[in-house]
Every structure is written in C-alpha cells, then in structure tokens.
Design a protein. Structure first.
Length: 410
C-alpha cells in the first residue's frame, strides 16, 4: 500500500526547484531595499518624503499575499509561482525612470503583488514535499529566500553606486526571466493537489469540499490572532533595521554600496538563523524557538545604534541570525494550526504580519527622522523583540492543538 506521506524523489526535485525559485524571487524583491534615499532624491523629495509610499507598497504587497493565499486554498493558483515574479521584474525595471511619487508607488505595488503571488503557493508546495519534516523543508525554503535577500541589496547597491543613478535597474534584473522559465519547466510535473489540501494529495483521491474561512479557523481563532500578533511584532525589527540603516548611513555620506553591505549582513544573518533551524530545530522545541531567540535578539538590536563600522556590521548580522531562526518555525507552526487552510496560514505569517509590521516600522522611522532622533530607533526595535517573546510564551504545543481532543471545540 502506498504511503501517503512518503517523501519521493519527484517531490524532493520539486523542493529543489522551489528553493531555486525562492532564491531568485527574493533576490529581485530585495534589489529595491537600498535605493529609497536615492529614489526620494530622484523624485525631488526631502529625506523620508517617500516613507508613506513605502508603507503603502508594503501593505499592498502583504495584503495581496493574503488574498492569493485564500484563493490558493480554493482554486489552482500554481502558475503564480513563476508568472507573479515575472510581472515584478518588469515593474521594478521602471523605478529608475519615475519622477512622481504616485507613479513610483503604483510601480512598487504591482511589483510587490507579483512577489506576493509567489509565496503562499510555493510555501505550501515546499512544506508538502517533506510532510514528515515540514520544519526542515520550510527552513530550507526560507533559507533560499534569505540568501536571495542578502544578495539583492549588495547587488543593487554596487550596481547603482557604480552607475550613479537608478536607471541601471532597468536591465540589471532581466536575467531573472529565463531563470523563472526554468522554474516553470521544473514544476510542470508536480503532483496535482485539490484546493484546500496539501500538495501531496494527488488527483486519484476523491474530490473534497472546499473549506470556507470559518471552517479553516474553527476553534483556533484566538491562537491565530496570537500567532499573527507575535509575527507582526517579530517582523517590525526585521523590516525596520534595513530601512533605518539606509537613511542613517546615507545621512552620514555613505554610498549605496555601503548601505547594501549593511543590509546584506542583516539578511545573511537571517539566512544563518534559518540554516540553524533546518539542522537543529524539531517539533519538540519549536515553542522554545518561537519565544527565546527574539528575547535574546533584543540585546544586539539595542546595541546597533551605539556602535559603528565593522562592529555595527557584526552586531547587525548577529541580530539577524537570532531573528531568522524563528521564521521557518513560525510559518510551519501556523500551517499546522490551519491544516485546511495552509496557504492562508502561510499568507498570514508571510504576508499580513509583514503588512502590519511595515506600517509600524515605517511610521516609527518617519516619526524619529522628523524629530532628528533616528539613531534611537533601535531601542524601539529591541522592545519589539521582547514583546514578541512575551506573546509567544502563551502559545500551545502544535501537537496538542492538532489532536482531535484539542480541536473538538471548547
């Protein structure tokens, strides 16, 4: 009798393709991270003048990810794994030519929506390729994204600094189109899943009823609110540190290349943390990983603003590592809490939480920049790390909630 959850060679090949895709997609997504100070100057705005546009972009990006996640649990949206990022590549190529904040925001929104379309479907497909080791699959998938995110700022910073303008973005990411064509070819023979199910459920199974939102959340509303809240607080420093450091370094006269180096160090730290998760984190310690590393991360985050040079680079990397080791577990934990809505769970943790965090981090940067105290923002980010830890301590063990007795209703 066939084992429904056995890890087969085709599934592992699919995981490899998705890991490659995530590397490319997050590389492209992070190329815009170092350029915001220069983008403001290109549009003749003052320092911080495009923060609201940044927030709108992040919110639409994250909100659309939740929409794509919900649709993916009801319809087949697997083509968005390659089509969405292709749209993003085309959209972001226009950023070097925009002179209007409205147009820049629209371009970013289109590009962000394309990136958002990729993540829920790809995350569920990746997790389902190793159903008995979902944490490890998600960690490897997330690690590829972190590597891409660490390359993107370094790549964009160096290229824009060398050419002295942002128009170079128009051709410097075109190579991603054939790379995404390889992804489309690589997943063409993937196992077909019914909407609302994991990707390891094949076409020879009976058609199942598509769950509605109420069924997906039944009996787990409080837990999902707690997960989303802890995720948003956790992500505030993850989004805020790279944004704040770009303005702090630009004000100090640093180039985009230097800004990209610092942002890449932080993203590289996230990747190192993700690798630690892949190698050492199992279900028995996932609750510990959800609350303890963020608490520990508060120490280097507090220290970022008090050091300079290589020491600052090192501390930023350490902070990224401590925050990064929690994210794959966070995503996997949410998927296990919503077994009938795994794409929606992925979009809540990889999308909606990021949208809320982008509002908080963006407004914090704008407020402290206006008051001339932007270098003090790392105290705020450190407090967010502590609050995240406090919220996560009350989360239940996933195995307890997954059991019939835990889900029968209380």
């Amino acid at each position: 009798m066939k084992q429904p959850h056995a890890v087969t060679s085709p599934l592992l090949k699919i995981l490899g393709v998705l890991i490659f895709a995530h590397l490319i997609v997050d590389w492209i997504a992070s190329t815009v991270v170092p350029i915001f100070p220069d983008l403001e100057r290109q549009m003749a705005l003052g320092e911080g003048g495009f923060i609201i546009g940044y927030i709108i972009w992040r919110v639409v990006d994250s909100g659309s990810q939740m929409v794509f996640g919900y649709l993916g649990d009801r319809f087949d949206t697997s083509r968005m794994i390659w089509l969405g990022p292709c749209i993003s590549v085309v959209a972001y190529s226009f950023l070097g030519f925009v002179t209007s904040p409205v147009v820049a925001t629209i371009v970013l929104m289109i590009g962000g929506a394309g990136i958002a379309a990729f993540h829920p479907e790809a995350a569920v497909m990746a997790g389902s390729s190793m159903p008995n080791a979902r944490n490890r699959a998600m960690a490897l998938f997330a690690l590829a994204g972190y590597i891409g995110q660490s390359i993107g700022p370094f790549y964009a910073g160096r290229i824009t600094a060398a050419h002295g303008n942002l128009k170079v973005l128009g051709w410097s990411t075109v190579w991603a189109i054939p790379a995404l064509a390889i992804v489309a070819w690589g997943i063409r023979n993937r196992p077909r899943a019914h909407p609302g199910s994991s990707a390891d459920e094949h076409d020879d199974q009976p058609t199942i009823k598509r769950p509605g939102l109420r069924e997906m959340l039944k009996g787990r509303e409080r837990i999902m609110v707690q997960i989303v809240a802890s995720g948003a607080i956790r992500i505030v420093p993850i989004l805020g540190v790279p944004l704040a450091i770009s303005y702090i370094l630009k004000a100090a006269g640093e180039t985009n290349a230097s800004i990209g180096d610092f942002q890449s160090a932080f993203m590289f730290g996230l990747g190192v943390g993700g690798m630690f998760c892949a190698l050492f984190v199992g279900p028995k310690i996932e609750r510990f990983i959800l609350w303890f590393p963020p608490l520990l991360a508060a120490i280097p985050v507090f220290a970022v603003g008090s050091v300079t040079g290589f020491n600052q680079l090192l501390i930023i990397g350490v902070a990224g590592a401590l925050l990064g080791c929690t994210l794959p577990v966070f995503i996997s934990y949410a998927q296990r809490m919503m077994p009938q809505g795994q794409r929606l769970a992925s979009s809540l943790t990889m999308g909606f939480s990021w949208g809320v965090a982008s509002i908080i981090s963006g407004l914090a940067v704008k407020f402290l920049m206006a008051s001339g105290n932007l270098d003090q923002i790392f105290w705020f980010f450190g407090i967010c790390c502590i609050l995240c830890s406090i919220v996560c301590i009350g989360l239940p063990n996933a195995a307890d909630v997954e059991s019939p007795s835990a889900t029968s209703g209380k």
